[in-house]
Write a protein that binds this ligand. Structure first.
Ligand SMILES: Cc1ncc(COP(=O)(O)O)c(C=O)c1O
Length: 377
């Protein structure tokens, strides 16, 4: 028998030894030298978390509906602000129906676990987000992981399957490497083999395609029967929560069967109100979307890496310690960059992860670029 506390100590020592210990810190309480840090790590791509209209949207919804939804959506927790947000999300992205949930994590758990079962083959890209991996485990389906962006491998497994149904899981913009999925080819393969494409637009919404309406809409795939999208309200929309975009039939199925939706209190009104306001701001100010991409191009140049497909840039480092060291040196100069180490990287390679933000001014961008060149040089 092992004492629980001994096991905790052993695990902590092993993490420390491998350079993989993580610590929480309050980011608002750790300013850089002489002022706030320049943020190249967070996911508030369009600078909307503190936008006055977005904050006002949160306040108005809380005043109208209260601090919480008060119950799960199927009991009394469906509010008009949810319906307004669902209609706005569907309209913005070109889908016929939307369903909002309390997080993007829940959105993936709900979509995959409700649409797959023991009679389903799930073909999953090797780089999908942890929430999709956990969703596969919940679904009881047979899971086949394929090499990253390998459309041929996807097709081979779909063609050779014995299960009546199949689902393909991808992210449209991958959260760690920041690259794009070949969505048009994947959707065509799914159509040929009667499979459903479930694509996570978490990092594409608000960033990719004209007006930031996502890669599925740009590729003409939004609203098609064999395509479902998941998303988060917590990145470009600056709020909190998740969503699933689909046909009305899929939405109806989710409302009736998706456990992470049914057994969870409805999305907090303030989060829904903020996301609704954020969608209005993005629609009225498409220049924010142009700006985030311009900032991403500039950072790619400074980091010596190819231009990103969205707002996420990844720079491979020799190991976790070098990554942590580069992050610390940048922080000392007032620039916060992300550090992704195993197990948060799909291929075991430690990386600096940079995110572009539309609200970075030219001076901040000049400083951030110089710091980046310095820590990498
Ligand atoms: C690709 C992807 N999907 C889903 C999520 C989960 O979204 P949320 O933070 O809203 O739970 C994230 C990150 O947070 C993500 O990067």
């Amino acid at each position: 028998m092992t004492r629980f506390t001994d096991w905790l100590d052993q695990r902590a020592a092993a993490r420390e030894e491998a350079g993989l210990t993580r610590r929480l810190f309050a980011s608002d309480a750790a300013p850089g030298h002489g002022g706030p840090m320049i943020d190249l790590a967070g996911n508030d791509y369009l600078g909307l978390t503190r936008h006055p209209r977005v904050v006002a949207g949160a306040v108005a919804a809380a005043e109208r509906h209260g601090a919480g939804a008060g119950a799960s959506r199927l009991v009394t927790g469906t509010l008009t602000v949810h319906e307004e947000l669902e209609s706005a999300l569907a309209g913005f992205t070109g889908f016929d129906a939307a369903l909002v949930l309390s997080t993007g994590y829940h959105a993936n758990l709900a979509a995959v676990s409700a649409l797959a079962d023991a009679d389903t083959l799930i073909v999953s890209d090797a780089h999908v987000h942890a929430s999709m991996i956990d969703a596969c485990r919940l679904s009881r389906a047979t899971v086949q992981v394929v090499p990253h962006n390998d459309v041929g491998a996807v097709e081979r497994f779909l063609a050779g399957r014995t299960q009546p149904r199949a689902i393909v899981l991808v992210e449209t913009i991958y959260s760690v490497l920041g690259d794009q999925a070949p969505v048009a080819e994947l959707a065509a393969v799914c159509a040929r083999h009667e499979a459903l494409l479930v694509a996570d637009e978490a990092h594409a919404l608000g960033v990719c395609g004209p007006g930031g309406r996502g890669l599925l809409r740009t590729s003409g795939l939004a609203g098609q029967d064999h395509v479902v999208a998941t998303l988060t309200l917590s990145k470009s929309l600056g709020s909190q929560g998740g969503g699933i975009l689909s046909t009305p039939a899929v939405r109806d199925h989710l409302v009736n069967t998706a456990r992470p939706f049914i057994y969870d209190t409805g999305l907090a009104p303030a989060a829904a109100g903020a996301a609704l306001a954020a969608l209005e701001v993005i629609a009225e100010e498409p220049e924010r979307v142009e700006r985030v991409r311009a900032v991403a191009r500039r950072l790619a140049k400074a980091g010596g890496v190819p231009e990103a497909d969205g707002a996420v840039l990844a720079i491979a480092m020799p190991g976790p310690r070098e990554a942590v060291d580069a992050v610390a040196r940048a922080a000392d100069q007032g620039v916060r960059i992300g550090c992704f180490r195993p197990p948060s990287t799909p291929d075991g390679i430690s990386r600096l992860r940079l995110t572009a933000h539309a609200h970075l001014g030219e001076e901040e961008l000049d400083h951030a670029s110089a710091v980046l060149e310095g820590v990498l040089g």
